[in-house]
Design a binder for this molecule. Structure first.
Ligand code: GLY
Ligand code: MN
Ligand code: MN
Length: 456
């Protein structure tokens, strides 16, 4: 649990990190309307608001006055009407107590108080991530222009996780580990993807766990973010299970395992799986304080290039091949991203503001342009390591037609794998001063452990 004192420290550090004497205004998310079949009350708190003010309730807002140091938190105070429709609540004081000393007021006073306090002053806001937030911000301060200074200060704080945050993420990974084991045990030929997904959802719901992002669970793992679950699962298929739940404090996990539906890897599956495992080891070996995360991406790419060359799928000089980015035909995504309250942490603040800096700019090249995090790692960063190898028939055919990277890719051999799907292995690590820690309980990764978990 993140203690009250830590919320106080975060707010103080944010004030400290700003250079002028304006006002920081942070809005929480609102309740969504009821028109979402099957999910009538989809509320998830805005992550930066939650990070600084903690309160996990719809409609809340807060401000920090950089001139006076005043801290205000605005939240709902029940009236008879809201008691009738939504039920009663503990007092505002009780509800905000876990988040440290702050002046808590009824949200009904927010608009008048914001008008009074912001008059003639600079107002710093973050990019609204939902249309309703944009409208609310416009109503309150006349516009929704976000503040680059505030974005920078918020990223600088949120990217360095405290021990309490690392403990939350570890707890999220531990919960996720039990669900990944369950998925391996439950999967068998003759079921559909949906059969297993429903079991995972039931298991998570039974413990009150929430998903950090939509479940990717598919025998068509070559579709990187495949959100459909209606394929039948047959012997010979591989399942990519990319799914994770949150911790009690709302922190995400993001874990992928790939396993055979039959419980036994075929020789081809094992060969590709071993390449991804070796790429994972290489990326982990290059992950550390001061090292740009681009180096871990390149290290994974190098191992994939060598491994696929051993299988006769790639060819040519590995240095030239990696430099040309030929492996992106098989891994068109980045090797990882930051993780925290959001699965792609702080994505709403602009990915380039989070994963890149003045010295590391996003590449335009296919594949590498999808790398969300390239800048050097620092102690406290929590990031995913998620190499993969996929056989995407349309991509391979397109490149074959274009002759793209034909000196490095044997397209005839690659297309022998056109029904293979894909393999991804994803874990969460925290960066320390002298290395990295793999977070959470072990989740089967070696082929022997995966097969044992599949066959019980
Ligand atoms: N689960 C989405 C991702 O790995 O980025
Ligand atoms: Mn990920
Ligand atoms: Mn993932």
């Amino acid at each position: 649990m993140v203690p009250a004192s830590e919320f106080e420290r975060r707010r103080a550090a944010l004030v400290e990190g700003m250079d002028d004497d304006g006002i920081i205004l942070l809005l929480g998310h609102d309740q969504a309307p009821m028109n979402y079949p099957g999910n009538p009350y989809p509320f998830r708190q805005e992550s930066s608001f939650r990070y600084f003010f903690g309160l996990d309730e719809p409609g809340a807002a807060g401000w920090l006055d950089l001139a006076t140091g005043d801290q205000r938190l605005y939240a709902h105070v029940p009236d008879l009407d809201s008691v009738i429709w939504e039920g009663d609540l503990p007092s505002l004081g009780e509800r905000v107590e876990p988040y440290g000393a702050v002046d808590a007021r009824p949200v009904a006073d927010l608009a008048a108080d914001v008008t009074a306090v912001t008059r003639g002053r600079r107002v710093h806001t973050l990019p609204p991530t939902r249309p309703a937030g944009r409208e609310r911000l416009t109503r309150l301060v006349g516009g929704a222009d976000s503040s680059p200074d505030l974005i920078k200060a918020v990223v600088a704080l949120r990217e360095r996780k405290s021990p309490a945050e690392v403990a939350e993420i570890t707890e999220a990974v531990n919960r996720t580990a039990t669900l990944h084991r369950l998925a391996m045990a439950e999967t068998r030929p003759g079921l559909t993807e949906d059969d297993v997904v429903r079991r995972l959802q039931a298991a998570a719901a039974a413990d009150g766990w929430e998903w950090a992002y939509p479940i990717i669970f598919s025998v068509r793992g070559e579709v990187l973010h495949n959100l459909g679950h209606d394929n039948p699962m047959e012997s010979g298929h591989l399942v990519v299970n990319d799914s994770g739940v949150t911790s009690p404090g709302g922190y995400a996990s993001d874990v992928t395992r790939t396993f055979p539906v039959s419980g036994r890897f075929s020789p081809d599956q094992l060969a590709v799986y071993d390449i991804v495992r070796a790429a994972r080891a290489a990326a982990l070996a290059r992950a550390g304080t001061g090292i740009p995360y681009r180096a871990a991406h390149d290290a994974a790419g190098r191992v994939i290039t060598e491994g696929l060359s051993d299988l006769g799928i790639m060819r040519g000089d590995p240095d030239e091949s990696v430099a040309a980015g030929a492996f992106t035909a098989f891994m068109p995504h980045g090797v990882g991203h930051m993780l925290g309250l959001d699965v792609h942490d702080m994505e709403g603040l602009g990915e380039d503001n989070v994963g890149y800096d003045g010295r590391h700019r996003r590449a335009e090249a296919f594949g590498l342009s999808n790398l969300r995090l390239a800048k050097p790692l620092r102690p406290g960063f929590v990031v995913t390591v998620e190499p993969g190898v996929y056989f995407i028939p349309k991509l391979l055919r397109r490149w074959a037609e274009q002759g793209l990277h034909e000196e490095f890719i044997d397209f005839t051999s690659a297309l022998r794998f056109e029904r293979f799907g894909g393999v991804r292995i994803e874990d969460v690590i925290s960066v320390t001063t002298d290395g990295v820690d793999l977070l959470g309980d072990p989740i089967p990764t070696s082929p022997a452990d995966v097969e044992a978990a599949c066959t019980g």
